[in-house]
Design a protein around this ligand. Structure first.
Ligand code: PLP
Length: 456
């Protein structure tokens, strides 16, 4: 019996020519197709060996091969559905963009562009020129420069302005962000010596002043974006640091991190320091991330006095940290939106989600819940809290609603995650939930399909 079953297994080379597989064979490379057919047959060989089946048809083998080839031909970097409620989720790719931006980007990627070509003179141009003026108009800075990310921005600036000299930082601001960005390590890389001043909970302006000597090159302020020191605390005001810098002719710099251009407190959210405020305070150099609260592409943006930005453009590190055309194209669109705050909130998905009212989130949760119920999938709506994320607004949460499923939470989490388009949720009070704050209506079809495969 078993022997007959083995003999019934189709041969690889014959099966590869099967008409039933013609369509998928055209879509795949020869190597992947060959592997898929081999793996499909192997799957049934094992089933026979382990006595898990007593018979099978050729159609069953074909269907298995189709399933395997689907997995083999999908890319490793894939789209997922974010049901975690964390809006700027570093593990899930931080900010997301709208369609108009991807269309403009496609135009740049599918064609040649004027990336480093001056169309006026017909000669070599600078990749940084396309967006500098726009960024300056929006932020109020005199000059701007874009690099690969904010970590690179900080290294580049400290290397240019403090290499071989000292940089003064408050003990309360020696932060670590995301496990790999630690201010003391970054300083070493940039070639500057860290001089810590003040205490963990309190640093006054005189702490900076008392430590200034002929070796001091930079007074650095770091925004403690991913944690909060509460209680008996004090930090030096950036205005006072800027003034101190002017008095001693020492450069002042702020690593602001999240890069906020909109005053969130106007929308009933916690106040986050804005880029415009930092520039106005008189600080010479400000650095921010492009893909946190700014809602743009991964990049670091350096803002500051014109002669300082010009010096940075000549630093050799810039060649290694330079941005590509993808970043420049996306960032130009993002800053265009910021010309009008209402437009920015409408068009930048991250801002839209952050500011969206609780009532709207509930509406979305109710809609998904009803669709699921229509398909006989038991669920309820619970109140929950979403996070802004991205190392910003520590401890602060925004009210939200989530779909709560019935059943083994650990198992459900795993099975939703294993969906073809993975659905990532979280476990709250032993229940698997999908937070509607970060779900979009275009995800509903896929979520419902996944739920049906899991529950029914
Ligand atoms: C996020 C952050 C960084 C690191 O920025 P990347 O763009 O991720 O390199 C550095 N400093 C602060 C204060 C941050 O918040």
């Amino acid at each position: 019996m078993e022997k007959n079953l083995f003999q019934k297994l189709p041969k690889v080379d014959i099966l590869m020519k099967s008409e039933k597989l013609e369509e998928i064979s055209k879509k795949m490379s020869y190597h992947n197709y060959y592997q898929a057919v081999k793996d499909g047959i192997e799957f049934f060989r094992n089933k026979i060996k382990n006595r898990e089946i007593t018979d099978f048809t050729e159609d069953e083998v074909i269907s298995k091969i189709k399933e395997i080839s689907g997995i083999k031909s999908r890319p490793n970097l894939r789209r997922v559905i974010n049901g975690t409620g964390t809006i700027i989720h570093t593990n899930l790719g931080r900010s997301i963009l709208n369609e108009k931006i991807t269309e403009d980007l496609g135009e740049i990627l599918l064609n040649y562009s004027n990336l480093e070509y001056d169309l006026e003179t017909g000669s070599r141009g600078s990749r940084y020129s396309h967006i500098e003026k726009l960024i300056c108009d929006i932020t109020g800075a005199e000059g701007a420069l874009i690099v690969n990310n904010n970590a690179a921005a900080v290294i580049l600036c400290l290397n240019e302005f403090a290499n071989g000299k000292n940089t003064i930082v408050s003990r309360g601001e020696l932060v670590e962000i995301g496990g790999s960005f630690r201010i003391p390590e970054i300083m070493k890389l940039a070639g500057t010596t860290l001089k810590e001043v003040g205490t963990t909970n309190k640093t006054h302006v005189f702490d900076y002043e008392d430590n200034i000597d002929e070796e001091t090159a930079v007074l650095l302020k770091v925004h403690t974006s991913n944690f909060k020191i509460i209680g008996f605390t004090e930090e030096a005001d950036k205005k006072d640091i800027a003034e101190l810098g002017k008095k001693y002719e020492i450069l002042t710099m702020e690593d602001l991190g999240s890069g906020v251009l909109v005053d969130f407190s106007k929308y009933g959210l916690p106040k986050e320091p804005t880029i415009q405020e930092s520039i106005k305070s008189g600080i010479d150099i400000v650095t921010v991330s492009g893909d946190k609260l700014l809602g743009g592409p991964q990049c670091g943006i350096i803002l500051g006095k014109k002669p300082l930005i010009e010096r940075l453009k000549k630093n050799q590190y810039l060649r290694a940290f330079r941005v590509n055309k993808i970043t420049i194209s996306i960032l130009e669109n993002i800053f265009q939106y910021y010309k009008d705050e209402r437009e920015a909130i409408k068009e930048i998905p991250i801002l839209n989600m952050i500011i969206e009212e609780k009532g709207k989130v509930l509406e979305r949760a109710e809609k998904l819940s009803a669709i699921l119920k229509e398909r006989n999938i038991e669920n309820s709506i619970i109140e929950t809290e979403s996070k802004i994320g991205g190392g910003s607004m520590p401890e602060e949460t925004v009210a939200s609603y989530a779909i709560c499923f019935t059943g083994d939470a650990v198992l459900l989490e795993k099975r939703f995650r294993g969906n073809d388009i993975p659905v990532i949720g979280r476990i709250k009070n032993d229940h698997f939930i999908l937070d509607a704050k970060t779900l979009r209506e275009k995800d509903f079809e896929e979520i419902t399909g996944a739920a049906e495969r899991i529950f029914l």
